[in-house]
Ligand binder design. Sequence first.
Ligand code: PXG
Length: 296
Amino acid sequence: MCPIKGHFMTQKIWLDGNLVDSKDAKITVFDHGLLYGDGVFEGIRVYSGRVFELDAHITRLYESAKAIRLVISMSQADLARAVRETVEANSVREGYIRLVVTRGVGTLGLNPFVCEKSSIFIIAGSIQLYPEELYEKGMKIISATTVRNHPLAIPPQVKSLNYLNNILAKIEALDSNVPEAVMYNHEGYVAEATGDNVFIVKKGVIHTPPDEAGALGGITRGIVIKLAQQENLQVVEKNLTRFDLYVADEFFLTGTAAEVIGIVEIDGRIIGDGKPGPVTSLLRRRFFEYAHGKEK
Ligand code: PXG
């Protein structure tokens, strides 16, 4: 999915403290975010004019930055204000925000400490969603051969600007004419999809891999777990194998862009009866209500 579909001529971009026209929103070729993928980001939804789970996204951004020793040059409260300001400046009601922090301007060379100040930009635009039909019929996916980041490399919990692993897995998916792929960790357990977290339902119990399996701590995932528990559904975090996916009664993904989407086939194996199951449909509905009804 390609979330930002900008109305580029009129769009206002927040860039290092100023709202500027998109045509003037430029960063230098010496920015380490561009030269080395040295930075962190967030993808955030706007529902009914409200920024969804902003505090959780800001917390995750600062934790990602801390893990890579990137000092964000403004406070969490000021950054949250800047996000809201950008949404208002673009009159976004239903949309998507991309919040990016790079290491900033440096020299040619890896040393991040020559970068004096992080560079921050915020894009608020509309979102290209999966077609409704895909939610009704369910999605077919594959297992990727590309392994999720090893925890001793870039920790998978860091939402860094270096997404090449996930992009390689996405290429595998697109080569197979499906939109998504499951990535496994270095031990062969399910980590996540390229931009979504993984859930299955087996004998009425919901299973999802623990963070230690190599997934990003998904904000949608956390909400879906809470909503499932409110429905008195049991949620168990445990390592899952490819076999577990193949024989699941239901299978769904969660993420900022996809929300909750049913998986009906993986690697040519049909899941359940080949349609999104009742737990998936219930949680998709509950998530929609939560996203659209929640206070600011
Ligand atoms: N894993 C990875 C690797 C991600 O990038 C998620 C899980 C789900 O996390 P959230 O917090 O969003 O529930 C993500 C987030 C896109 C797109 O273009 C992908 C994400 C966010 C926004 C847009 O498909 N991935």
